[in-house]
Design a protein around this ligand. Structure first.
Ligand SMILES: Nc1ncnc2c1ncn2[C@@H]1O[C@H](COP(=O)(O)OP(=O)(O)O)[C@@H](O)[C@H]1O
Ligand SMILES: [Mg+2]
Length: 365
């Protein structure tokens, strides 16, 4: 078994706390993605697991063993770095064989493992080439191949796709998912790209300023972000936020701004009660508003009128920037709805998809 367990892990560099009190369990065979903006502590977390950095607090376990004081080469993990770190003077075969030769694996076994990994990755034809003679995508495959030949208990991937162009990135992330399905090795993948995280991870771990913000399956996190940071970070284009008041009149609860009144369902009143009468922030995703003509809708819908400022047709959908009173909103509509700059529109909101956040802490209500 090769689950990875972090308990209260902390790492500081001088005044900077790169990772703070991080506890996490990666299941055996899981593909877990750490995601967050640049500087949030993703690489540091991987480097701690790999043993390339010392801990300032906490414990790290790989399988049953606490590895805090185990040297990197004895942790049975393989790491793929963002810059691939291939040896320029060695050909692909030698790059892939190098780690095994250092471990004094018999020559015949090295040969068999290198050729098997090359076959999995479709790079058998490149074994004699030097890194300078490879495209970015091919180099990336070699870097992965070098990790595969080790047959480790855990793979660590640190932004392995970020040096590739956009199209290749999309292809390669599917390749990495397929590779994981085939090898079923416990893997921790790091990225700053929330789409990549959502698409690849069995579970995702959203990090910010060295701390875990939320752990969950991708759609769990998307549907129920625990705070405003997660709500804004996961989803593209990002969630819209509007500041307003949680108003209670008899038993009608509404979220109100100068230009919008959204009726809130009775079953949430208990949950929202501590914020009754207070200023709060409403979050609503671009895909969770409906655009239509002026006619009102029944059944919990609230409407507001606005005007299109920018319309970006993307083919299957169109992204609209609209002003709606004092608010600027991003709205995702089906591309058969032809909107142009300057068009008037009516936005329909439904409380089912509305998130409310505490103005001070950012916590979801
Ligand atoms: N070797 C180091 N020395 C000093 N500060 C570092 C070092 N490595 C990382 N940091 C700091 O720790 C924080 C987390 O960095 P990192 O883990 O690389 O973030 P990420 O990979 O999420 O972009 C950042 O503030 C970064 O500047
Ligand atoms: Mg990094």
């Amino acid at each position: 078994m090769a689950e990875v367990t972090l308990q209260n892990v902390t790492k500081r560099y001088g005044q900077t706390t790169a990772v703070e009190d991080m506890s996490l369990r990666v299941e055996d065979g899981e593909l877990l993605v750490l995601v967050g903006p640049s500087g949030c502590g993703k690489s540091t977390t991987l480097r701690l697991i790999a043993g390339l950095e010392d801990l300032d607090g906490g414990t790290i376990q790989i399988g049953p063993q606490v590895v805090n004081h185990v040297a990197p080469r004895h942790r049975n993990i393989a790491m793929v770095f963002q810059n691939y770190a291939l040896y320029p003077h060695m050909n692909v075969y030698k790059n892939m064989a190098f780690g095994l030769r250092m471990r004094r694996v018999p020559r015949a076994q090295i040969d068999q493992r290198v050729r098997a990994a090359a076959a999995i990755l479709g790079i058998e034809g490149l074994l004699h080439r030097k890194p300078a003679q490879l495209s970015g995508g091919e180099r990336q495959r070699v870097a992965v191949g070098r990790a595969i030949v080790r047959d480790p208990a855990v793979f660590l991937f640190d932004e392995p796709l970020s040096n590739l162009d956009a199209r290749l990135r999309v292809t390669m992330r599917t390749e990495l998912v397929k590779l994981h399905q085939r090898l079923q090795t416990t893997s921790i993948h790091v990225t700053h790209d929330q789409t990549e995280a959502m698409m690849m991870g069995h579970r995702i771990v959203v990090m910010h300023q060295g701390r875990i913000q939320q752990v969950g399956r991708p759609l769990e996190v998307y549907d129920a972000p625990r705070n405003k940071f997660v709500a804004e970070f996961i989803g593209s284009p990002p969630m819209n936020f509007l500041e307003g008041e949680l108003r209670v009149e008899q038993d009608r609860w509404t979220f109100r701004t100068e230009s919008l009144a959204l009726e809130l369902p009775a079953e949430r009143q208990e949950r929202y009660r501590p914020w009754a009468g207070k200023r709060v922030t409403l979050g609503i995703r671009p895909e969770h508003m409906a655009c239509g003509n002026g006619a009102a809708r029944e059944g919990g819908w609230s409407s507001a009128s606005g005007q299109v400022v920018v319309a970006q047709p993307l083919g299957a959908e169109t992204i609209l920037d609209a002003v709606c009173g004092a608010h600027e909103l991003v709205v995702r509509v089906d591309s058969h709805q032809r909107f142009q700059r300057g068009d008037q529109l009516t936005l329909h909101f439904h409380a089912t998809h509305a998130h409310l956040f505490d103005n001070d802490t950012g916590a979801a209500l």
